[in-house]
Design a protein around this ligand. Structure first.
Ligand SMILES: [Zn+2]
Length: 206
């Protein structure tokens, strides 16, 4: 990333908060995070993995959707896939720089580094006192950013928003809105999370 791009992003973060660029190869959190991110404990890591697993196993719609989504985004971006199994991606990230709690970071989750370069990391602003579903959804979102097997290249929120639209339509979800007509990170991140919610929430259906 160029110094200009880094400065631009830094300004963006200061102005709008963390949106999850999803393609960071420079750890902005070192200079910007107000609180030091702390690594998840082994117990929290196990809980988070179970949160994702519950979503995938709770509704076949969810695992089918995520599987197709990852294949779609890999083809559309021409970035190879590390794995179509979010739990394998989770384990790979956990074995690298890993998962951190970063309260007040300004977004539920944020993906850093890449599995291909061996420095994948996810920072989360989530509560282990809250609902499994809420944690699982945030974690699943971030894990799909890290599912790329291409060095330095994560799947971006824009990539995932477009793929989630195509897959939702192809799989017969009803009333799927068009994806944002912009590259705005927050708009695309939110749109993508809504598609995951529709596919994975126990209270939603196609
Ligand atoms: Zn995202």
């Amino acid at each position: 990333m160029s110094p200009e791009e880094r400065a631009r992003r830094k300004q963006f973060v200061q102005q709008f908060g963390w949106g999850g660029f999803g393609d960071e190869d420079v750890d902005l959190s070192l200079s910007l995070d107000p609180q030091n991110p702390t690594p998840l404990t082994g117990q929290q890591l196990g809980t988070l993995r179970t949160d994702i697993q519950k979503l995938l196993e709770g509704r076949k719609d969810c695992s089918d959707f995520v599987n197709a989504l990852l294949k779609n985004v890999a083809a559309a971006t021409q970035r190879s896939l590390y794995s179509t199994d979010p739990l394998k991606v989770f384990d790979a990230v956990a074995g690298q720089r890993g998962f951190f709690l970063a309260p007040g970071q300004g977004a539920g989750g944020y993906a850093w580094g890449s599995i291909g370069t061996g420095d994948a990391k996810v920072t989360l602003d989530i509560s282990f006192g809250g609902f499994s579903f809420d944690r699982g959804l945030v974690a699943l979102h971030e894990v799909t950013h890290e599912a790329s097997g291409t060095k330095y290249q994560l799947y971006l929120d824009r990539d995932l928003a477009l793929a989630s639209y195509q897959v939702a339509v192809a799989q017969g979800f009803k009333g799927v809105p068009k994806p944002p007509g912009t590259n705005d990170v927050n708009a695309n991140s939110q749109y993508y999370t809504e598609r995951l919610f529709k596919a994975c929430s126990p209270n939603q259906r196609r």
